[in-house]
Design a protein around this ligand. Structure first.
Ligand code: AMP
Length: 321
């Protein structure tokens, strides 16, 4: 039975890029092996420096994930910081991590390119991520395409450690990236990302969602003129939510002309709103039971600790501690 692992950073509200890129595939995987999913609060600390905000975002991420279908009877959900052993493993890995490997990692390179002052946490983040994956002896890591490089770094580090301290020290993980959902576009057509301010958050209020969708910037092509669906972020997003028939209809309406962007946006809003109706209902149900999330995270932490302790003991011994 494969061990499956993935994490999500509670830096703000989860969005539909997270949902299609990672949450939904992760939820599918929970039926295929032992799945462990964590709320990456240590990682979030590279950018969130407000305790109340981090706590709130972590709790909300747990709630959203459970509402979308994560089943605690099948998958282990826990907070990364409830297993502080990963920070020790991160150090142990870092002594074999070449600086050049981290300098090539895109999160750090992007921060520099955008003129942001990178902290050591952001620079070293792929090492902590490697520790997250390796400490649970993970086989499969369901992620969006932006994380592919970091899973490759994890494999590189595991190979180096195995060559240096014993060939069976770490299992080599494989990323699982669904080709059609590798990069979900945002409101502006670029990759959906909190840093680009182009996200559609999960579980927005109806009015707020409508405002976001109706606010998508479009060109000034007149209503009667044919339009290109392939370059439209409205169509790109609609494809994720609508049935094949409805997608074909919108595509034809784009190409034939006679339909304005306002109409396409209304269809997109309705498709998103309907898609999340069952998850919204589930979310309200969970919110009525105040102890539920704490209990799920407590049980999750217990299982994650069990697994982490076994790995860390093995690694400490192999390295001479
Ligand atoms: P993060 O919030 O950066 O921790 O991302 C959590 C997961 O969501 C990772 O597996 C990402 O690859 C995935 N993800 C985030 N944004 C997108 C996107 N626009 N398209 C596809 N996957 C995404």
């Amino acid at each position: 039975m494969p061990r499956i692992l993935s994490g999500i950073k509670p830096t703000g509200r989860l969005h539909i890029g997270n949902y299609f890129g990672m949450m939904r595939p992760a939820i599918d995987w929970q039926n295929k092996g032992e799945a462990l999913y964590f709320l990456a609060d240590y990682h979030a600390l590279t950018t969130v420096h407000d305790a109340a905000q981090l706590r709130e975002a972590t709790r909300r991420a747990a709630l959203d994930f459970l509402a979308c279908g994560l089943d605690p009877a099948k998958a282990v959900l826990f907070k990364q910081s409830d297993v502080p052993q990963v920070t020790e493993l991160s150090w142990l890995l870092s002594v074999l991590t070449p600086m050049g490997l981290l300098e090539r990692c895109h999160a750090y390179k992007d921060a520099l390119a955008h003129g942001k002052a990178a902290n050591h946490g952001l620079f070293a983040y792929p090492v902590l991520m490697a520790a997250d994956i390796l400490i649970y002896d993970s086989d499969i890591v369901p992620v969006g395409k932006d994380q592919k490089q970091h899973v490759e770094v994890t494999r590189d580090l595991a190979i180096k450690m195995n060559e240096t301290f014993g060939k069976d020290l770490f299992r080599l993980p494989e990323p699982s990236i669904l080709p059609d959902l590798a990069t979900i576009p945002g409101l502006d057509g670029q990759k959906m990302s909190k840093s680009y301010n182009n996200t559609i958050e999960l579980f927005l209020e109806e009015k707020a969602l409508k405002k976001k969708i109706m606010g998508i910037i479009t060109d000034s092509t007149p209503v009667e003129t044919p339009k290109d669906p392939e370059t439209s972020s409205i169509f790109g997003l609609y494809k994720l939510f609508a049935s094949p028939d409805d997608v074909a209809k919108m595509e034809a309406d784009f190409r034939n002309g006679g339909t304005g962007y306002g109409d396409f946006k209304k269809r997109l809003f309705a498709a998103i709103w309907d898609h999340f109706a069952p998850a919204r209902a589930r979310r309200e149900e969970i919110e009525r039971d105040p102890g539920y999330i704490d209990e799920v995270l407590r049980k999750g932490a217990a299982r994650a600790n069990e697994l982490a302790n076994v790995t860390l003991k093995r690694v400490r011994t192999a390295m001479g501690l």
